[in-house]
Design a protein around this ligand. Structure first.
Ligand code: ZN
Length: 201
């Protein structure tokens, strides 16, 4: 029996690349402790958000009604994978930060990290509506295949490269956070791959 396989990047890959983005952001913007913590929370909440446009994604299985509503307006890797739409969404989501800070730009950027990196990594692998609303036409680079070992190798390669970079710059905080996140998500990656194997015949 052949079970239809969902081909999309794993949540854990989006999460790891977003954490990576946050760590590089931290080097340049030197976030305070609470800001960095907020960044990590935003990353885990938002790294998978654009995939609300796919019925089979992890986030859609958790938020069925929201996903249903999103799918009334867009196809998978359509408008919700467009950098422009995601920037507008980030500006909207950052509005509550005005209650406690004047620096809304920093919060727009913090919220944008997981959203834009999701769109960018999907674009590296698959065709997405990267130029929406200019055109709905989809473009992609095909650097790796989503949901396959090449995706894991790509993410692992980025992480190893970054670990070397942080080590070179003596950025021990970034190095520790990245190493911890990578190790903690390792069992999750294995689980997904073994599950994928078992449904393929
Ligand atoms: Zn996606």
């Amino acid at each position: 029996m052949v079970v239809e396989e969902y081909r999309g990047m794993m949540f854990v890959s989006h999460f790891l690349t977003s954490v990576l983005g946050l760590l590089f952001f931290n080097i340049f913007f030197e976030l305070s402790g609470p800001e960095f913590l907020a960044g990590i929370i935003l990353t885990s909440l938002l790294a998978g958000l654009p995939d609300l446009d796919s019925q089979h994604s992890r986030i859609s299985r958790k938020h069925k009604k929201t996903s249903w509503l999103v799918r009334r307006f867009t196809k998978h890797r359509g408008a919700l994978h467009s950098p422009f739409v995601l920037l507008v969404l980030a500006c909207f989501l950052a509005l509550p930060s005005l209650l406690f800070t004047d620096d809304i730009v920093k919060w727009v950027l913090l919220i944008s990290i997981p959203l834009q990196l999701h769109a960018f990594t999907d674009f590296l692998a698959e065709k997405t509506s990267i130029l929406y609303p200019l055109t709905r036409k989809k473009f992609g680079l095909g650097v790796f295949r989503t949901g396959s070992r090449s995706e894991k190798f790509f993410v692992d390669f980025l992480i190893i490269l970054s670990l070397g970079f942080f080590l070179y710059l003596d950025k021990w905080f970034e190095l520790t956070i990245l190493l911890l996140t990578w190790l903690l998500t390792l069992p999750k990656q294995k689980f997904v791959f073994s599950k994928r194997k078992s449904i393929k015949k």
